[in-house]
Ligand binder design. Structure first.
Ligand SMILES: Nc1ncnc2c1ncn2[C@@H]1O[C@H](COP(=O)(O)OP(=O)(O)O)[C@@H](O)[C@H]1O
Ligand SMILES: [Mg+2]
Length: 162
C-alpha cells in the first residue's frame, strides 16, 4: 500500500502548465526528492499534496484513501516552506509548539516534545528568542523543527535546506 499516490495530477495557471499528468507512488519510510529546474512544478506539486492547491485533474490518495478535495487541516501532512514562514510575533518555543497547541495536546506533552525536537536541532537555548533575533541558519532549523513535533504521516520539504 502506498502512503502517497498521485494519479495523473495536472495543474494549470492560465496558459502555464505547471504540473503535467504526474503519477507517483511513495511508500512508508521512503524519502523522495523532486529534482528539476526552477519553474518545473515542484512547489505546485507539494502544495497539491498538502491541500493548499486543488489539482485541475487527477487524484491524490493517502493510504489508498482519496484526499483530492480534503482541506489541509484534515490531511496528516506538514510542510516546511522555502521562505520558512515563521510566525514573527512568536518565540522559537511558540513557533515549534504551534502544531501541538492547535491540536490541544496536554501541556506536559507539549513541553516534552518541543524540548526533544529543539535539542535535536540544537536550539533549546534559543527557545525564548523571536525569529528576528536569530541567524538565517537558526531560523531555518526552527522551520525544520516545527512540523516534526506533530509526527505527520507525510512531511513535505520545499527546499528548506537550499
Ligand atoms: N499562483 C500562481 N499563479 C500563476 N502561476 C503560477 C503560480 N504558482 C506557480 N506558477 C507557475 O507555475 C510554474 C511552476 O511553478 P512552481 O511549482 O513554483 O515551480 P518550482 O517550485 O519547480 O520552481 C511556474 O511557471 C510558475 O511561474
Ligand atoms: Mg519551488
Amino acid at each position: 500500500m502506498a502512503r502517497l499516490r498521485l494519479r495523473g495530477v495536472t495543474k494549470r495557471f492560465g496558459k502555464t502548465l505547471a504540473v503535467d499528468d504526474l503519477t507517483l507512488d511513495v511508500v512508508e519510510g521512503e524519502f523522495v526528492t523532486l529534482l528539476g529546474p526552477s519553474g518545473c512544478g515542484k512547489t505546485t506539486t507539494l502544495r497539491i499534496v498538502a491541500g493548499f492547491l486543488e489539482a485541475d485533474a487527477g487524484e491524490v490518495l493517502f493510504d489508498d484513501q482519496r484526499v483530492t478535495y480534503l482541506p489541509p487541516n484534515r490531511r496528516d501532512t506538514a510542510m516546511v516552506f522555502q521562505s520558512y514562514a515563521l510566525f514573527p510575533h512568536m518565540t522559537v518555543f511558540g513557533n515549534v509548539s504551534f502544531g501541538l497547541r492547535m491540536r490541544h495536546r496536554p501541556r506536559r506533552e507539549i513541553q516534552a516534545r518541543v524540548e526533544e525536537v529543539l535539542m535535536l536541532v540544537g536550539l533549546w537555548e534559543y527557545r525564548d528568542r523571536h525569529p528576528r533575533q536569530l541567524s538565517g541558519g537558526q531560523q531555518q532549523r526552527v522551520a525544520v523543527a516545527r512540523p516534526e513535533v506533530t509526527r505527520p504521516n507525510i512531511l513535505l520539504f520545499d527546499e528548506p535546506l537550499s
